[in-house]
Ligand binder design. Structure first.
Ligand code: ACO
Length: 318
């Protein structure tokens, strides 16, 4: 596909609520153990928001940080897309609430529903608007107060998730920089193995999700690398959805991407759903693990089932 102009991430930000729930805290709530959780998932602790906190409350500091790192003022934002499974309300969209909170009065706003793949879907949607010159600046937010849709008596799910938000600013970048290829996918036939009924709690067949997750994410990464004509050995950093360390390790191994080139922060936050990969990318940037010209691959999967991968060359800010 001919791209009208190259589009890249020119700023990132993230925010997690301060309250930490450790595995030993969970031992007092359900029949589980720190050893089981660490061995099966890699997760050690997660953040839990206060009862009055909404997705837009977490999205606000993440958005402001992303705008600041991009050197963009809220009035310059043309479009806000929020990926979330835990919106403030059914409507208005969480994007509208964030627009008001940051004062981005010119921006068009909408939400995207693709569960844990939400940020990947939102990133590609925003990219399309800028590539076609419809807009110049988009704010893409992944934010979740997933703790509010967890059954805290179900040990199969309650140990896995945490709250948080991440944001990215998209703008045109120099040729051959920015997003090089994206692959999004879905299989609605598998909807029932991971879902969140309206006014209900997350339900999951963990083992089934695990198998599909590894295979679909590997295929999605192979597809985008192939499309961008980039070899696995040239990937500087793989940023996978932070759901389970065993999924991430299996994927890294099969893709032949060494562990030092795979970013992991799930031990601190658990699975933050649509916030997962963008929080990870922001932390990688802050840790100096993402440099100009680096090849970054983001890959995610989630309810739907949905999955998506994006390969980008970092930098090229105009
Ligand atoms: N503590 C102790 N034991 C537990 C716990 C727990 N918290 N949870 C389950 N068990 C038990 C089970 O009851 C089972 O016992 P049994 O053998 O007596 O029946 C045993 O541990 C093994 O259970 P499995 O489900 O087979 O364990 P598995 O190794 O598959 O790990 C896990 C479970 C961690 C959920 C894993 O399957 C997984 O990570 N799956 C992918 C989930 C995922 O990534 N979901 C994210 C999608 S996010 C989104 O879109 C919102």
């Amino acid at each position: 596909m001919k791209r009208i102009r190259s589009v890249g991430i020119v700023g990132t930000g993230s925010y997690v609520p301060p309250n930490i729930l450790t595995n030993s805290d969970l031992e007092k709530m359900v029949d589980t153990s720190d050893t089981w959780i660490v061995e099966r998932t890699g997760i050690r602790e997660r953040r839990i928001s206060s009862p009055e906190t909404t997705a837009s409350c977490l999205g606000l500091p993440a958005s402001l940080a992303a705008l600041q790192s991009a050197g963009v003022s809220p009035e310059d934002v043309d479009l806000i897309i929020v990926a979330t499974s835990t919106p403030d309300m059914t409507f208005p969209s969480t994007a509208c609430f964030i627009q008001d909170k940051i004062g981005a009065s010119r921006a068009a706003c909408f939400d995207i529903s693709a569960a844990c793949t939400g940020f990947s879907y939102a990133l590609e949607t925003g990219q399309q608007f800028i590539a076609t010159s419809t807009y110049k600046t988009a704010l893409i937010v992944g934010t979740e107060v997933i703790s509010k849709v967890i059954d805290w008596t179900d040990r199969n799910t309650c140990i896995l998730f945490g709250d948080g938000a991440g944001a990215a600013v998209l703008q045109p970048v120099a040729d051959n920089y920015g997003i090089l290829a994206t692959s999004l996918g879905a299989d609605g036939r598998l909807a029932s193995i991971l879902d969140l009924p309206v006014a209900g709690c997350i339900r999951m067949s963990g083992r089934e999700v695990f198998k599909v997750a590894v295979n679909t994410m590997i295929e999605a990464v192979e597809k985008v690398l192939d499309r961008a004509k980039i070899s696995q050995k040239d990937v500087s950093l793989l940023i996978p959805h932070q759901a389970n360390i065993r999924i991430i390790e299996a994927m890294g191994k099969r893709l032949n991407i060494s562990t030092d080139r795979v970013f992991v922060n799930l031990q601190k936050y658990g699975n933050v759903s649509a916030g997962s990969t963008i929080i990870a990318l922001d932390e990688a940037v802050k840790q100096g693990r993402v440099g100009d010209g680096d090849i970054i691959v983001i890959v995610a999967f989630g309810g739907g089932l949905t999955w998506g991968a994006t390969v980008m060359r970092w930098g090229g800010n105009l």
